[in-house]
Ligand binder design. Structure first.
Ligand SMILES: [Zn+2]
Length: 309
C-alpha cells in the first residue's frame, strides 16, 4: 500500500477516535450524560436542556429488555460522568456493559424511590417456570405520576454533579413537572370516556400495570406472561389467555412497537377482538407520532380509548 494511503487511514482513525470520545473541544465543559432508553433520554433532556451533553444509548424502536450493546455503546459509557437508567430490572444489559466499559460514571436509577409492583403468582402455573424468577415490574413510566419522581431524581443528580447550572435544572424540572400534571389530568378525562366495564387490558407483555393501577383498568392478561419480552408463552398459556379474553368480554388486544406482533395478532383473531398498536418500550424517531414522552402517552391513551369505547 502506498505511504499516503496509510497516512490517510491513520488520519481517519484518529478522527473517528476523537469523534467517539467527544473530545474536550467538541463537548466543551458540559456534563457528559448518558441515558439508556429513549424514554429516559427524553425526560433527562427536558431537565438537562442544552447545558448537558446527552447521549441516548438505545435507538428508537429498540426493545430495552433484549438490547445488546455495541463497542460504540461501551465507549459512550466509558466517557460518561453520569448515566441515567430506568432501573427496576428493565436494562438487563446494563450491569455487564458497565463492567466491560470501565470508566467512573455514576449510575442513577430514575425509578428509585417508587413503590414497585410485584409479580402475581397464579396457582395454575407450575412453580419453577421461567417467569417466576423475575423481579418487580420495571414499566414505571406508564403512569405519568411516576415520571414526576423521575424528574425529581434527575434534577437532584444534575444539581449535585453540576451545581453551576442548578438554577437551569430547577427551572426546567419545574416547567416539565407542570406539563406532567397537565398530562395526568388529560389522561383522567380521556379514561372517563371509556365505559367502566370496558376498562380491561390485554397486552403483548405485562407493560401497563402502573397505568392500570392509577387509572382504574383491570389487567386481564398478556400474550407473553411476564415483565420481559424475552419469555415465550406455551400453547397452554395462549389457550388460557384466550379463555380469559372471552370470559371477561375484552374488547381489544394491545401490541407494542418493539415486539413481533404475530402472536398477539393470532390471539386477537382467535377471540374476535381488535388488535390495537401501542408504543411500549421506546419512543419513535424524531418527527414520529410519539417522539417525546408526552406525545407517547397521548398517542397510547388515544389508542386505548379508541380500542375500548
Ligand atoms: Zn417491557
Amino acid at each position: 500500500m502506498k505511504r499516503w494511503l496509510w497516512m490517510a487511514m491513520a488520519v481517519v482513525v484518529l478522527m473517528m477516535l476523537s469523534a467517539c470520545a467527544g473530545g474536550p473541544a467538541a463537548r466543551g465543559d458540559k456534563l457528559r450524560v448518558v441515558a439508556t432508553t429513549t424514554i429516559v433520554g427524553d425526560v433527562v433532556a427536558q431537565v438537562g436542556g442544552d447545558v448537558i451533553a446527552l447521549t441516548v444509548l438505545l435507538p428508537a424502536g429498540a426493545d430495552p429488555h433484549t438490547f445488546d450493546p455495541s463497542p460504540q455503546d461501551m465507549a459512550k459509557v466509558a466517557d460518561a460522568d453520569i448515566i441515567f437508567a430506568n432501573g427496576a430490572g428493565l436494562e438487563a444489559f446494563l450491569e455487564r456493559l458497565l463492567e466491560n466499559a470501565g470508566g467512573d460514571a455514576e449510575v442513577i436509577h430514575v425509578s428509585e424511590g417508587l413503590t414497585f409492583i410485584e409479580p402475581e403468582h397464579h396457582e395454575a402455573e407450575p412453580v419453577g417456570d421461567e417467569h417466576h424468577h423475575e423481579g418487580v415490574d420495571p414499566h414505571t413510566w406508564t403512569d405519568p405520576n411516576n415520571v414526576l419522581r423521575w424528574v425529581d431524581n434527575i434534577e437532584a443528580a444534575l444539581v449535585r454533579r453540576d451545581p453551576a447550572h442548578a438554577a437551569v435544572y430547577r427551572e426546567n424540572a419545574e416547567a416539565y413537572r407542570a406539563q406532567l400534571r397537565d398530562l395526568d389530568a388529560w389522561v383522567r378525562e380521556q379514561v372517563a370516556t371509556i365505559p367502566p366495564e370496558n376498562r380491561k387490558l390485554v397486552t403483548d407483555h405485562e407493560t401497563f400495570a402502573y397505568f392500570a393501577q392509577r387509572y382504574g383498568f383491570e389487567q386481564i392478561g398478556a400474550v407473553v406472561p411476564g415483565y420481559s419480552t424475552a419469555a415465550q408463552p406455551s400453547a397452554r398459556d395462549l389457550a388460557d389467555l384466550e379463555d380469559r379474553i372471552r370470559a371477561y368480554d375484552v374488547k381489544a388486544v394491545f401490541v407494542g412497537s418493539t415486539v413481533n406482533p404475530a402472536l398477539a395478532q393470532r390471539v386477537a383473531e382467535d377471540t374476535d377482538t381488535t388488535l390495537v398498536f401501542l408504543y411500549t418500550g421506546s419512543l419513535t424517531a424524531p418527527g414520529g407520532e410519539a417522539d417525546s414522552y408526552l406525545r407517547y402517552v397521548r398517542y397510547n391513551v388515544g389508542a386505548i380509548v379508541e380500542g375500548l369505547k
